[in-house]
Ligand binder design. Sequence first.
Ligand code: PMP
Length: 450
Amino acid sequence: MKDENFLKANNARSLWHPMTAPSDSLKNPPAIIVGGSGTRIRDIDGHEVVDGVGGLWNVNLGYSCQPVKQAIADQLEALPYYSIFRGTSNDKVIELAEELRTFFAPDGLTRAFFTSGGSDSVETALRLARQYHKIRGEAGRIKFLSLKKGYHGTHIGGASVNGNANFRTAYEPLLPGCHHIPAPYTYRNPFNESDPAKLAQLCLQALEDEIAFQGAGTIAAFIMEPILGAGGVIPPHPSFMPGVEAICRKNGILLIADEVITAFGRSGAWSGSRLWGVKPDFMCTAKAITNGYFPFGAVMISEGVAEVFEGDETGRAAIGHGYTYSGHPVGAAAALACLAETQRLNLVENASARGAQLWAGINRLKDKYTVIGDVRGGHGLMLAIELVGERASKTAPPKSQPGQVQEVAYKAGAMVRVSGPNIILSPPLVLTSADAETILAALDAGFAAL
Ligand code: PMP
């Protein structure tokens, strides 16, 4: 490793950090992480903390998952790369597709299209959704609907269905024909409705109204996260996603579940769609599919959509889409090992148990600190604490405040993430009870310091 002074001096000189103003990383140099083991990460100054962020919602198995490392090393020896474009395949990707078919059969998803990450997975689903309608002779179905506050990655299609201005404004004009409806966000919503069940109904009505306004025959797909992640961990009422599914079915609109965060156990279920009892037409996955050890993703495709593509005789089903790294054998090997480890360690159950522990803990913090306006979670290891200036009026907190909590929490032993007024927790699913207590104690210290 280069020496510490070299790394600190050059960190922001020759690289731009994603989702950060370049001037900001020059002024506030980020922690430089140089090591990781289990649920812990170590920075360049030797400070070790529990990773309450799990990398970026993706390191479900922690930082020293030997079977995954070994699978990657073995695959690099056997075959480090081969494409699966027309005419060739590779053994690992076939094995993985068959495994995924087994895992997602209860969700009705039996085909896989491989990608290099979450944004690619979203783009793939959007494009294949349009193509599906064209194959069926409904070429007018080109629009996409989504939720405000939703996050769907950074490609132009994904940014167009994103529901947060921070990821859109600088890059406009985006894709035409993308429209947004209110998210079932109980703490703040345009209906001033604080009952989650009633709010779900109001949002579903907004969806019906938007479909009627646009014309059902112009809409290709509705895309949503089963639990909104980057928008601040917003779990909808259990009636919401099934309601969306019913409305989509009634109107011939495809349902895309963006499960880049929620799949593979993070939501306390194998998938967020399964949590809500919904069978989407496409499911976008990435992140934990390879535990963050290799850039990879998969779009799972329903039997119904597969029949349309596979049964086409017109030539319209030729897929003019794919990535050099679609079906990368090293990624496939990593994914197979991750799926096996997630099962072997019962991580879906552990996500629920540790999630419940953190949920109870952050609710206790809410009783203690009035700067906490809302806490969200209750489904696996995705939780958020929303800070406010004043509780009654729900005013925004001073901009620097979430960052101050984060800084003190880091010193006190846990990395947490700041997103707008929210502090987000998405630790590895291998989290222990003691790790969860460390995170809670660090947050307590962070809030106490305000
Ligand atoms: N969809 C969702 C729901 C996500 O949370 C993310 C990433 N946080 C993406 C898509 C994009 O994934 P990636 O950053 O791997 O491109």
